[in-house]
Write a protein that binds this ligand. Structure first.
Ligand code: 0O2
Length: 229
């Protein structure tokens, strides 16, 4: 059984629970928790800025930018509901705050080695505490998903207090991002028979392998070019 199908099974079990909690309930809860949600947005901004600073300094020293782009997001009510159900948590602000990925920052890097360099720079900052690392580059998911995930805690400074916030950081190359975006779109196609589903999974796995080869070869080219300078 691959990890995606495990997640889907868990989701379908969760979906079969009485649907007393709806997306509208989650939206209502988040509406009442504006202050907390604003703190998550501030935390994502802080982490984004940390990466922008690292990118700027690296570019001065190395004449290239290791970061292609940065995106941040606050987890959607639909995704929060899915995760609360999967984790069998009741709908409450305390449950939402137990999720590590309410604030998420995604950093798209030029080369695989930039991912590890940036991750090391981030977690060595003295206001960053590493809570968890999931290295899906060294250990890809069985469906082919690759990225480096870090759960970190970092403070935000409000007018009257300092608050430690959790943020999920995903670091990936352009190839990893392309694969993940397309896989995400294709995953939700419904009413497929088992054979078609298996065929799609196999093709996606092959595409993931092509992306991995692309990353390795682009890095080899970079090493060759670096050697010429
Ligand atoms: P969204 O829209 O970002 O909220 P956990 O319960 O924390 O143990 P979780 O949250 O599944 O498990 O953690 P994991 O495996 O580290 O993955 C979290 C996020 O990574 C996902 O967020 C996706 O953004 C991305 N991701 C993980 N696996 C896959 C995959 O197989 N394909 C794609 N395209 N993305 C993946 P959410 O919560 O799904 O969504």
């Amino acid at each position: 059984m691959n990890e995606l199908s495990y997640k889907e099974i868990m989701k379908s079990i969760a979906d079969s629970l009485p649907a007393e909690v709806t997306v509208a309930d989650v939206k209502a809860l988040l509406g009442q928790a504006k202050e907390t949600m604003s703190c998550y947005r501030c935390a994502a901004l802080e982490v984004e800025t940390k990466f922008k600073v690292l990118d700027e300094r690296f570019s001065v020293q190395n004449e290239r930018n290791p970061i292609e782009s940065i995106k941040s997001r606050i987890k959607s009510p639909e995704s929060i509901l899915e995760k609360l159900r999967r984790k069998n948590l009741p709908l409450s602000l305390a449950s939402v705050q137990r999720l590590n990925d309410i604030a998420g920052v995604r950093v798209i890097c030029s080369f695989v080695e930039d991912i590890y360099m940036l991750a090391d720079c981030l977690i060595s900052q003295d206001d960053v505490t590493l809570i968890e690392t999931r290295d899906y580059i060294k250990h890809p998911k069985k469906n082919g998903y690759r990225s480096l995930h870090l759960i970190i805690e970092t403070p935000i400074f409000l007018h009257d207090e300092k608050r430690n916030m959790r943020v999920e950081v995903q670091l990936r190359t352009i190839a990893m991002e392309t694969w993940a975006n397309l896989e995400h779109k294709l995953r939700y196609k419904k009413n497929l028979d088992d054979k078609t589903q298996a065929d799609i999974s196999e093709k996606l796995l092959k595409c993931a392998s092509i992306c991995e080869t692309l990353d390795t070869q682009m890095q080899d080219v970079k090493h060759t070019v670096d050697g010429l300078i």
